[in-house]
Design a protein around this ligand. Structure first.
Ligand code: GDP
Ligand code: IMO
Ligand code: MG
Length: 424
C-alpha cells in the first residue's frame, strides 16, 4: 500500500490537525515526519478543543497507531505535558497507540536557550521563532552532535549530554543578548520528563513502516508547518529548520519516493502567517482585522496574533508544484462569509515585470500584488454538511481555484469541529 501525505501549503496553521483527525478512520497508521513542538495542531470534537505539538493527530481514534518518525525533534518536557493532557481524557490509552523512532533527535533545555539568545541578538532581523529550540536542535543533527531517542537506551548518554550542554553554555555566552535561566531547574524538569519518555515504546520506525506497508496497512504521513516555511523552498531565512514539503516525508520516515500515494495539500481560503518574513498579500486594514477576529487567528503554540491577508495564488501554485499535490482541501471558508468582494492574488509585478511564479526574493520592495476580484457570499456556512448547500459565489471561488491550481478541491472545511467538514 502507498503512503499518503498531508501537508500545509502556506505558512502553517492551515488546519492540518483537524483534517488528519477527520481522515484517521481510513488509516492504520498516522506518522509525523518533521518539525517538533513548534507545531500546534488543533482538533475539536464533542465540544472539546485539543492542541497537539509532537503527538500525531490520530491519537484520539482507536483504529490507528501513531508514529513519531526519525525526522521529528522531541522536547521531552513539552511531550510530557502533552501526555498529561491526554491523561485527562479517560479512555485515551496512549501507551499502546504511540511509538517513537529511535532516530528522532532530542531538544535539550540548552537548545531552547540558544534559540532565545540567537533571536534576541538578531534584533529587528529576528525570525520570529517559536523559541522551542528547533533551529539549534536541527543544527546539532546536521552537525552530527545530536542526541537521539535511541541513545537513551545506552549507558553513556548522560556524558554525551553533559558535553553538549557545556558547549551550548559557551555558545550562549558568545551572544551579546544576555538571557536569564536556572539550569538546575531546567535540568531537573528535563530528566524527569526523560523518565516518562522512556516508558514509551521506541522502534526502528523505517523498518516498522516497511513491514506495515508490506502487510497491507494504510499509512498517512502528517506534515507540520507549511511549504513556505520549508528550509529549502520557503521564504528563507524566515523559515523553519526542516523540509516541510513532500520530500521531507521520505527522509523523515524512510519511505521511498515510489511508495508515495496521494499528496493532500491543505490551504486556508485566505492566508495567515505568524512570525517575521515577507507576506505579499498581507492586509493592514479592516478586512485583515476581520479575518483575524472571525478566524480566531492566534498561534496554537505561542498565542501570538497571526498576520492575515488574501489568498495568494502565486505562492499556492508554487506549493502545489513543489509537493506534487493530488488533492486539495480548503479550510476556513466560513471565515470569509460576509465579505461583499473577495480578492485573490493572481500575479506579482516583480521589478516592473508581471510574473506568475514565486521569485527568489518576495520582499515588499520587489513585489507589487495584482488582484482579481470575486463576488463574496453572506450565508453562514458553519451548519452546512453537504456540497449542494454551498452558496453559488463560494462554488465559483472553488471552481476558479481548481482551474488555476489544476487540482481538485475534495474537502471544504466550514468550522473547527470534526463534523464541519464537507466532502466533494
Ligand atoms: P494546523 O497547525 O495546521 O493544525 O492548524 P492550527 O490548529 O494551528 O490552526 C487552525 C485553526 O483553525 C485551529 O484553531 C482550528 O480549530 C481552526 N479551524 C480549522 N478548520 C477550520 C474551519 O474550517 N473554520 C474555522 N472557523 N476554523 C477552523
Ligand atoms: P504548524 O504545524 C505556523 C514559524 C514561526 C517562525 C518560523 C520559525 O502548527 O502549522 P521555529 O520555531 O521553527 O524556529 O520558527 O516558523 N512556525 C510556524 N508557523 N505554524 C507552525 O506549525 C509553525 N512552526 C514554526 O512562527 O516564523
Ligand atoms: Mg498550528
Amino acid at each position: 500500500m502507498a503512503v499518503d501525505l498531508l501537508l500545509g501549503l502556506q505558512w502553517g496553521d492551515e488546519g492540518k490537525g483537524k483534517i488528519v483527525d477527520v481522515l484517521t478512520k481510513n488509516y492504520d497508521i498516522i506518522a509525523r515526519f518533521q518539525g517538533g513542538p513548534n507545531a500546534g495542531h488543533t482538533l475539536e470534537f464533542d465540544g472539546i478543543k485539543h492542541v497537539l505539538h509532537t503527538i500525531p493527530s490520530g491519537i484520539f481514534h482507536d483504529n490507528a497507531m501513531n508514529v513519531i518518525g526519525n525526522g521529528v525533534v522531541i522536547d521531552p518536557v513539552i511531550f510530557n505535558r502533552e501526555l498529561n493532557n491526554l491523561n485527562k481524557f479517560e479512555g485515551i490509552d496512549y501507551k499502546s497507540k504511540l511509538i517513537i523512532s529511535r532516530k528522532a533527535h532530542l531538544i535539550l533545555p540548552t537548545h531552547r536557550l540558544l534559540d532565545a539568545a540567537s533571536e534576541a541578538s538578531k534584533g529587528k532581523a529576528k525570525i520570529g521563532s517559536t523559541l522551542k529550540g528547533i533551529g539549534p536542535t536541527y543544527m546539532d543533527k546536521t552537525g552530527r552532535n545530536g542526541i537521539r531517542v535511541g541513545d537513551l537506551e545506552l549507558t553513556d548518554w548522560k556524558d554525551r549530554y553533559a558535553t553538549l550542554r557545556d558547549k551550548h553554555l559557551t555558545m550562549i555566552d558568545y551572544y551579546d543578548a544576555k538571557i536569564e535561566f536556572d539550569l538546575d531547574e531546567l535540568e531537573s524538569e528535563f530528566f524527569a520528563a526523560i523518565k516518562v519518555l522512556k516508558s514509551l515504546r521506541f522502534i526502528d520506525s523505517e523498518e516498522y513502516l516497511y513491514q506495515a506497508q508490506k502487510s497491507g496497512k494504510t499509512i498517512l504521513a502528517e506534515g507540520a508547518q507549511g511549504s513556505l516555511l520549508d528550509i529549502d523552498f520557503g521564504t528563507y531565512p524566515y523559515v523553519t529548520s526542516s523540509n516541510t514539503t513532500a520530500a521531507g516525508a521520505c527522509t523523515g520516515l524512510g519511505v521511498p519516493p515510489n511508495q508515495i500515494g496521494d499528496v493532500f495539500g491543505i490551504f486556508k481560503a485566505y492566508t495567515t502567517r505568524v512570525g517575521s518574513g515577507p507576506f505579499p498579500t498581507e492586509l493592514f486594514d479592516e478586512a485583515g482585522e476581520t479575518m483575524g477576529r472571525v478566524g480566531n487567528e492566534f498561534g496554537a503554540t505561542t498565542g501570538r496574533p497571526r498576520r492575515c491577508g488574501w489568498l495568494d495564488l502565486v505562492a499556492l501554485k508554487y506549493a502545489v508544484r513543489v509537493n506534487g499535490v493530488t488533492q486539495l482541501m480548503m479550510m476556513k471558508g466560513d471565515v470569509l462569509s460576509g465579505f461583499d468582494t473577495l480578492k485573490v492574488c493572481t500575479s506579482y509585478n516583480y521589478k516592473g515585470k508581471e510574473i506568475d511564479h514565486l521569485p527568489y526574493n518576495i520582499e515588499p520592495e520587489n513585489v507589487e500584488v495584482v488582484y482579481k476580484e470575486m463576488a463574496g457570499w453572506s450565508e453562514d456556512l458553519t451548519g452546512m454538511t453537504e456540497a449542494s448547500q454551498l452558496p453559488k459565489e463560494l462554488n465559483n471561488y472553488i471552481d476558479y481555484l481548481e482551474k488555476e491550481l489544476e487540482t481538485p478541491i475534495k474537502i471544504v472545511s466550514v468550522g473547527p469541529d470534526r463534523t464541519q467538514t464537507i466532502h466533494r
